[in-house]
Ligand binder design. Structure first.
Ligand code: ZN
Ligand code: MN
Length: 480
């Protein structure tokens, strides 16, 4: 049997989170608004109006370009008209960029399994306007122009991905980057990040590009993974049956989880591109480029590496702590206050704090548990002022109340009992009440000590220091 590999390239459209649209002052984010309420003569293409470029779109696109390591931001780039007819495109063309895009070349480093980093290249990065949306009603089609003129960045990758999982990983990393840079929420369900996949297969080890098909309309990363896998399998079946692959455009049907042929793929010539006469070229000075590069934050992968090297964290921890920028910031702020070692903080963040963040749908920056509160709480656990279980409960209460955990401990007398004399009395009572277990212990089954520790903890409402309890019990049971 022949061994095949897939060659996958992705075309992504990213909705930038600017306040207004790309060429008019309509609100850009109209998610949830009634249809056709964020529109004007410019974005619906009425005669006699002229588009004006929104500078914030270029600013955010430049930030992405810098983070995507582009080879070159073009000092001058141009808009072009991409002509096609569709009911949701009132002008009959989309204002896009074509032969002179904003930036050319570039890559994103995508970590894969076993520490492999794949350089996924992009051929170019350009800005363009979105089209509207057609909504299928019963026996009718309705058109919503709200999305017309919403700013997009389009990026096309090279044929660098080999499996459905790798394609999904690229999108996960791209989404992480968009949020990190604060330029898009990258929510696929809301259409803020859209992805079409080009797929072909070839015999493993043979360096050719075969006819490819394109999958459109995938609205989640999971669906992208499933759709690509289904298409790879289909192409292999076709080739094995002696048929050739035709260059179709396929539509992913979410409900049936199957691919449907939409049409034979357009070629670029079908769009009759030409320069947009209503807009000036985009000029980007060297100074602007420099400002954007200088203002760029440390990127996720670099920060992950630094967390391993600087704080001695396992890569597993570093990965989770850098999933989101505000969590990474929170970790570093806490570590600066807490001198007992970064791993303690990492453990508390990954387990308990992240549980609160996820269940309440917050970012780390929105927590009421301030970094100094977490540092204080972990300090109290390490100094054995409070037990682990008290600390966990306390954490939830700090989040609810926004109060300093050290104050709560002081006011409510939650400090754990490490006083041996006090614990000795409690332990002695429990031993006296359970002579059978005492016999079991003295008969050699010393594991029963765990049960005794549990009883003392229960009696002290979890406030006893379990290590001290165990020592006290051992000394009492050893007596006689
Ligand atoms: Zn408008
Ligand atoms: Mn496009």
């Amino acid at each position: 049997m022949t061994d095949y590999e897939a060659v996958i390239g992705l075309e992504t459209h990213i909705q930038l989170n600017t306040y207004s649209k790309i060429f008019c002052s309509c609100k850009a984010d109209s998610w949830g608004d009634p249809p056709n309420t964020n529109i004007c003569p410019v974005c619906t293409g009425l005669p006699g109006v002229l588009p004006v470029l929104n500078r914030a779109v270029v600013e955010k696109a430049l930030r992405l370009a810098a983070a995507m390591n582009v080879d070159r931001v073009q000092g001058t780039s141009y808009f072009a008209r991409k002509n096609y007819f569709y009911p949701d495109l009132p002008k009959g063309y989309q204002i896009s960029q074509y032969d002179e895009p904003l930036a050319v070349g570039g890559f994103l480093d995508v970590p894969l399994q076993e520490e492999e980093i794949r350089k996924v290249t992009i051929t170019k990065l350009h800005v363009e306007e979105d089209a509207g949306k057609t909504v299928r009603g019963e026996g009718e089609r309705l058109i919503d122009f709200n999305r017309c003129g919403v700013p997009l960045v389009e990026m096309v990758t090279g044929p660098d991905l080999r499996t459905a999982d790798e394609a999904a990983e690229y999108l996960i990393r791209l989404r992480q980057l968009l949020r990190w840079l604060g330029i898009s929420e990258g929510d696929m369900e809301k259409g803020q990040l859209r992805c079409d996949a080009n797929i072909s297969i070839r015999e493993r080890g043979v360096d050719v590009l075969n006819p490819k098909t394109e999958i459109k309309n995938v609205n989640s990363i999971e669906n992208l993974r499933n759709a690509i896998q289904a298409e790879i399998d289909r192409q292999i079946r076709e080739v094995e049956a002696g048929r050739t692959i035709e260059t179709w455009t396929l539509d992913w049907d979410e409900d049936s989880e199957t691919l449907r042929k939409m049409r034979v793929k357009e070629t670029e010539a079908d769009y009759r591109y030409f320069r947009e006469p209503d807009l000036l070229p985009i000029h980007i000075s060297d100074e602007w480029k420099r400002e954007v590069v200088e203002a760029l934050p440390e990127l996720p992968l670099a920060r992950r590496t630094r967390f391993v090297e600087e704080y001695g964290l396992p890569i597993y921890d570093a990965e989770i702590l850098t999933e989101e920028r505000s969590l990474a910031d929170y970790f570093e702020q806490t570590v600066q206050i807490y001198s007992g070692g970064p791993k303690h903080i990492s453990n508390w963040l990954m387990n308990d704090v992240l549980r609160i963040i996820r269940s309440e749908g917050l970012t780390a920056g929105e927590l009421r548990i301030k970094p100094e509160y977490l540092a204080g709480l972990v300090r109290m656990v390490q100094d054995q002022v409070i037990t682990n279980s008290t600390a966990k409960e306390l954490l939830d209460r700090v989040q609810e109340s926004g109060k300093d955990p050290e104050k709560i401990v002081e006011q409510e007398n939650l400090a754990q009992v490490s006083d041996e004399v006090e614990l000795r009395d409690t332990a002695a009572e429990i031993l006296a009440a359970n002579p059978e277990q005492v016999e079991t212990y003295r008969g050699g089954k010393t594991a029963v000590i765990g049960w005794f520790v549990g009883q003392v903890m229960k009696e002290t409402q979890g406030k006893a220091n379990p290590h001290v309890v165990k020592q006290v019990l051992e000394s009492l049971l050893g007596e006689e």
